[in-house]
Design a protein around this ligand. Structure first.
Ligand SMILES: [Fe+2]
Ligand SMILES: [Fe+2]
Length: 141
């Protein structure tokens, strides 16, 4: 999406929903694998989930934060938005921190899979709350 098309609610929200839907689907399959104690396959799925979050969620975040992009233009529109954008940037940062922790955990010899599932749930939840707050700042189309 281009910076200007990101300003519009309908298309931007559709993108959020598509991204979170994909993450939720992966989470469901990871939960199933955890219940079945299929740890080898689960480790692969976790790797795929991390990649997905990096490409989709954080890739999208990077596009929003790009200089002269969406966030800069929302801040320019109204000084009252500066604090709101600061919080949205912090949400992106938190998702990055959680992804980094997941990578760290996954690199251990003895992986705590429940911890990884908990992190996945948290990422999806923060992303969902973040998306709704962000959508409040977009233009009806
Ligand atoms: Fe965002
Ligand atoms: Fe967004």
């Amino acid at each position: 999406m281009t910076a200007s098309s990101l300003r519009y609610l309908k298309s931007h929200k559709a993108l959020h929903d598509e991204i979170s839907g994909g993450a939720e689907e992966q989470l469901e399959s990871m939960k199933t694998l955890l219940n079945k104690l299929e740890h080898k396959e689960l480790a692969e799925e976790m790797g795929a989930f991390i990649e997905y979050v990096e490409e989709s969620v954080l890739g999208h975040a990077q596009q929003e934060e790009t200089p002269g992009g969406l966030y800069d233009s929302i801040e320019r529109d109204d000084p009252k938005n500066v604090e709101k954008i600061r919080r949205l940037r912090r949400d992106h940062e938190l998702i990055q921190v959680m992804v980094d922790r997941m990578k760290e955990e996954l690199s251990h010899d003895e992986v705590d899979f429940q911890k990884l599932i908990d992190h996945s749930v948290s990422i999806i939840l923060v992303d969902e709350i973040h998306s709704r707050d962000e959508e409040d700042l977009l233009m009806e189309d």
